[in-house]
Ligand binder design. Structure first.
Ligand code: GLU
Length: 401
């Protein structure tokens, strides 16, 4: 990319200079945030000339030269959502409409969830090209709860490989409640998206390390997936989860009785670790980047860092597709047709592979434990954009065979 071409693309009304704000306005129109790590080098150089209003060709070249390929792509290249303004407008309309939906109830099994304001409503998107959009309560932290399951599952796939992992965990929907006291015919958890499987995944994450370091490994992974945001942690949620976890303890003992765990694990430590992972805090904005990293085959869209291999991302999305929405997973796969993971805090990550990741957060849940507005949103999303996995078959020229 030639920096002069880039400079000329930003010129307005035959002026020989541009304003710094033109660059950021042009990027923002395409969904690229001022804080995007990919442009920080260039932002720092432009800020060094903050007393200069207008920038001529020479100054522009000096500031962007080192990042001209990236900047050129972001400003003039083909991005996965070409008309980001239209995309945002449609999402905003859906977001506004869904404020009306006040069905469902917040989770009540711990006070920290029971007391959350049920009105919270956030929606954030991150495309595979790092185009971002956030609206509503997108900066308010919540605990990730079950949306930690795909991250932990991906982490063990990365470290142990798919064959080893699936000696301990199945990959079949259970057809039962997410915390039901049930295992498959081999006495193993049905899949990693329900509690038994997620507890098993926790037993496979760096068991040789002290507990605090295991949590560090998980937090580091989240941080890479978000492109740099260090997740928070709710001590209250963790303590409360731990105090009220009879069912998860029961699942743990049941699996230990069936000799389902790897040799030598400490069950109480494993359960503790699982409660800690559920108490990690994210915001919609940052978790959308996590979903975007999965949509992007394991590479964080705003840093370009590979966090998971392509095959890990593929395996994780496959199980999110079949098992990610509690006892509604089959229905969701049929009607929405996208991989997703929901949680009792009302957070829901939904992935449009190769296009974008989305996180919505609204604490009122339906009887399965899925966010009411979240579900409504997914239905509206696929209708508006034809994102259902098999929608292409509806177009005459999209059919195969
Ligand atoms: N901490 C919750 C539990 O283990 C997670 C539930 C969820 O979000 O599905 O029961």
């Amino acid at each position: 990319m030639n920096p002069i071409t880039l400079f000329r693309s930003l010129l307005r009304q035959d002026s020989p200079t541009i304003l710094k704000s033109y660059i950021f306005e042009a990027l923002a129109q395409r969904g690229i945030q001022y804080t995007d790590p990919r442009i920080q080098n260039c932002v720092a150089k432009l800020d060094a000339f903050s007393d200069v209003d207008s920038i001529d060709e020479g100054l522009f070249v000096a500031c962007v030269q080192a990042d001209v390929e990236t900047l050129g792509h972001l400003l003039l290249g083909d991005l996965v959502i070409p008309d980001f303004g239209h995309f945002k407008a449609v999402l905003t309309e859906i977001f506004e409409d869904l404020k009306e939906n006040t069905a469902g109830n917040v989770a009540t099994y711990i006070p920290q969830l029971a007391h959350v304001n049920p009105e919270y409503w956030g929606l954030s998107v991150c495309t595979v090209d790092g185009q971002q959009f956030a609206i509503g309560d997108s900066e308010t932290p919540y605990c990730v709860q079950s949306t930690c399951k795909p991250v932990n599952y991906s982490l063990v796939l990365e470290t142990l490989g798919v064959e080893t992992v699936h000696r301990y965990i199945g990959r079949e929907p259970s057809g039962r409640g997410f915390n039901e006291l049930t295992l498959n015919h081999e006495g193993r958890p049905h899949n990693p998206m329900i509690n038994s499987g997620a507890i098993m995944a926790c037993s496979l994450i760096c068991p040789e390390l002290p507990l605090e370091e295991r949590l560090g490994v998980v937090l580091d992974t989240w941080q890479k997936l978000t492109g740099g945001y260090r997740p928070g942690f709710s001590l209250e949620v963790y303590l409360s989860e731990k105090r009220t976890a009879d069912r998860n303890f029961a699942l743990g003992y049941f699996m230990r009785e069936k000799k389902a765990f790897p040799e030598g694990i400490d069950l109480h430590q494993v359960l503790d670790f699982y409660f800690q992972c559920c108490a990690i805090e994210m915001t919609c904005r940052t978790q959308a980047v996590v979903a975007g990293s999965l949509a992007n085959g394991g590479v964080c869209p705003i840093t370009g860092e590979r966090v998971f291999s392509r095959s890990t991302a593929k395996d994780c999305l496959s199980l999110m597709y079949s098992c990610g929405m509690y006892d509604f997973s089959g229905e969701f796969a049929f009607t929405v047709g996208l991989p997703a993971k929901s949680s009792v805090s009302g957070a829901l990550m939904v992935v449009v592979p190769g296009v974008c990741g989305i996180t919505v957060w609204s604490p009122r849940l339906d009887r399965y434990g899925n966010s009411e507005r979240g579900l409504d949103f997914c239905n509206r999303l696929v209708k508006a954009f034809g994102f259902h996995m098999y929608d292409r078959l509806l177009k005459p020229n999209g059919a195969v065979g």
